[in-house]
Design a protein around this ligand. Structure first.
Ligand code: IMP
Ligand code: MG
Length: 175
């Protein structure tokens, strides 16, 4: 791994503990209910895989893929659905899992679309939140870490499709 270009923000162990804590809260909040966990590809794939294995509830998973960032570190504000959900969410408890909420434009768009499909409930769980960058009125119910405005890679997050496989949450050093 090219560790020269990143600084570790949260270690693999710290992230694992945080994921366990989030999963315990979610398990408690949805007692007696079933969940449909919707992962936003590609960034959420690692977080979601770890999270669902710690949630002690009957659940199903589905995925959605949207494009927003391309290979730049600046939000274009443009969101497009590349892959929609496979199944209906009508009457289901939907938990959207996202890697990071930045401007909130992506999630605002996705939440709007999903809400029209009449789920029983809809909540958002993100590993990372950059509240200072918010442009849309989105507040995730479950947040791993609230962080300052840094560009993050690792644990599923990429820069130009690189670094997703780094096990820790890292800050990408300025080129
Ligand atoms: P938003 O629409 O501005 O909230 O952007 C959300 C999406 O942008 C996330 O799902 C990520 O894919 C990407 N993104 C935002 N900030 C970062 C970052 O610091 N590192 C990597 N990807 C990011
Ligand atoms: Mg993403």
């Amino acid at each position: 791994m090219d560790l020269e270009s990143v600084d570790i923000m949260y270690s693999e162990k710290e992230v694992a503990d945080k994921v366990k804590e989030l999963a315990a809260t979610i398990t408690r909040d949805y007692q007696g209910e079933e969940l449909l966990v919707v992962g936003i590809l590609k960034g959420a794939f690692i977080f979601m895989a770890d999270l669902v294995r710690k949630i002690d509830l009957p659940l199903a998973v589905d995925f959605m893929s949207v494009s927003s960032y391309g290979s730049s570190t600046v939000s274009s504000g443009e969101v497009r659905i590349n892959k929609d959900l496979d199944y209906s969410i009508k009457g289901k408890n939907v938990l959207i899992v996202e890697d990071i909420v930045d401007t909130g434009l992506t999630l605002n768009y996705i939440k709007g679309i999903l809400q029209k499909r009449e789920p029983k409930s809809i909540k958002i769980c993100c590993l990372l939140d950059k509240p200072s960058r918010r442009k849309a009125d989105i507040s995730p119910e479950y947040i791993g870490y609230s962080i300052p405005d840094e560009f993050i890679v690792g644990y599923g997050l990429d820069y130009a499709e690189k670094y997703r496989n780094y096990p820790a949450v890292c800050i990408l050093k300025k080129p």
